[in-house]
Design a binder for this molecule. Structure first.
Ligand code: IDP
Ligand code: MG
Length: 150
């Protein structure tokens, strides 16, 4: 499987719920590699760009308000098939429909407070990574276990 990078973000409710260690631990245990991480309060203009595909949706205003309501942890994770692997680990957008064992299925109850974001395609990943990180902030380094994972 092709090595990919994906943009993952623990949303403000995930930070308030003290879910950072759990979420990061899941990605580490799966074998993905952390390439970049930054804690930030997203400015409204950046939130609108990040979620621009949803700008006509009725929940867009609430979504921007939610994602800017406190700090988020922005991350880039890398590994074979990282984009779809991360999406599967997150579970369905609506936590009511998310399978137990997934992040949303284990930690969330409400679509308006679903803990985590992950890119939905390699193209979205490239766009979202570039919104939150400069190329120099992406760390390229080997992990000794890589030969055991791919
Ligand atoms: P995703 O986060 O699983 O990719 P999207 O459809 O891209 O799901 O929606 C982006 C985010 O918008 C969701 O994670 C959720 O926070 C919010 N959202 C999506 N649909 C609704 C809704 O019907 N009501 C409120 N918020 C929603
Ligand atoms: Mg999405």
């Amino acid at each position: 499987m092709e090595v990919q990078r994906t943009y993952v973000m623990v949303k403000p409710d995930g930070i308030q719920r003290r879910a950072l260690g759990d979420v990061i631990g899941r990605f580490e245990r799966r074998g993905l590699k952390l390439i970049a991480a930054r804690l930030l309060r997203i400015p409204a203009a950046l939130a609108q760009r990040h979620y621009s595909e949803h700008k006509e949706r009725p929940f867009f205003g609430d979504l921007v308000e939610y994602i800017t309501s406190g700090p988020v942890l922005a991350m880039v994770w890398e590994g074979p098939g990282a984009v779809s692997v991360a999406r599967a680990m997150m579970g369905a957008t609506d936590p009511q429909k998310a399978t137990p064992g997934t992040i949303r299925g284990d930690l969330a109850l409400d679509i308006g407070h679903n803990i985590i974001h992950g890119s939905d395609s390699p193209e979205s990943a490239a766009r979202e990574i570039s919104l939150f990180f400069s190329p120099a902030e992406l760390c390229d380094y080997p992990l000794v276990e890589e030969g055991w994972l791919s």
